[in-house]
Design a protein around this ligand. Structure first.
Ligand code: GLP
Length: 256
């Protein structure tokens, strides 16, 4: 894993956007998995800026969102579909037919999960997956547990994950869905390259455990240690729990 430590959240966002812009240049028909969450907001802002500067062309790209809350979908307040429209889709030249999200309102979730897995396969697999990390160590909505589900599935959300999403529902916890449709860890780890973005002191402990602790289903992000091409973009605060020097499997570069 290659950890790059930047000064602050804006520098991390710019670095993540540069990485995606460069990937789009190298592979114009890039198939990319995308996150939601607060960390992703400055990333999309930087990516839109990059697009406007002519350095991130989505004309031939295909996107897949990592997850969607159950019971909500395109047009619904609080849905990740709306988040993506607001923060990315309305601002870049990505064809609507190439934007893939789980439909949280699907009547037959099993078919919906299969539909996305099939679309990923049709796109030739994921070239790149950009991830955030939950305070509890989740990636997408693969929550900590005694076991993980490999492929896309309906997940039961941790109380902490529901609290973290309450801002999407007017801070009313009772309105936050209890389940979500999510890519599984095998779907995510099948991406040729994985980029994890984390910022803020609140993520320092989980980042340290994910990168330097044991690989365990109790901390799904720790499975990234098994992937051959992972880039972790951190600000100083999120990196504050990491060792000062590189070690086996962990290369640390400081760009502060
Ligand atoms: C969200 C999403 C994850 C995201 C994570 C971190 O709820 N399901 O895909 O990476 O939690 O969110 P944040 O950036 O707001 O801390």
């Amino acid at each position: 894993m290659h950890v790059v430590i930047h000064l602050d959240a804006d520098c991390v966002a710019a670095a993540a956007a540069r990485l995606v812009g460069d990937a789009l240049r190298a592979t114009p028909d890039l198939a990319i998995a995308l996150p939601t969450g607060r960390t992703a907001i400055p990333f999309y802002r930087a990516l839109v800026r990059r697009h406007q500067a002519g350095r991130a062309d989505f004309a031939r790209a295909t996107t897949f969102n990592l997850d969607e809350l159950a019971g909500v979908g395109a047009g619904d307040a609080g849905s990740y579909a709306e988040f993506m429209r607001e923060h990315l889709f309305d601002h870049v030249n990505l064809k609507p037919s190439r934007r893939h999200l789980f439909d949280g309102r699907a009547r037959q979730p099993g078919h919906e999960l299969m539909r996305i897995e099939t679309e990923i396969a049709r796109a030739g697999g994921l070239d790149l997956a950009v991830l955030g990390i939950g305070g509890n160590g989740h990636i997408a909505f693969n929550e900590p547990g005694r076991a993980l589900v490999a492929r896309s599935h309906v997940a039961r959300l941790d109380a902490s994950s529901r609290r973290a999403n309450a801002h999407l529902f007017g801070r009313r916890l009772a309105r936050v869905p209890k389940r979500a449709l999510t890519m599984g860890v095998a779907t995510i780890l099948s991406a040729r390259r994985v980029v994890l973005v984390a910022t803020g002191a609140g993520k320092a402990r989980v980042v340290r455990r994910a990168l330097t602790g044991p690989v365990t289903t109790a901390l799904p992000a720790s499975l990234l240690q098994t992937h051959p091409d992972v880039v972790i973009l951190l600000d100083r605060a999120a990196a504050s729990g990491l060792p000062g020097a590189s070690g086996p499997g962990l290369t640390i570069t400081r760009r502060e």
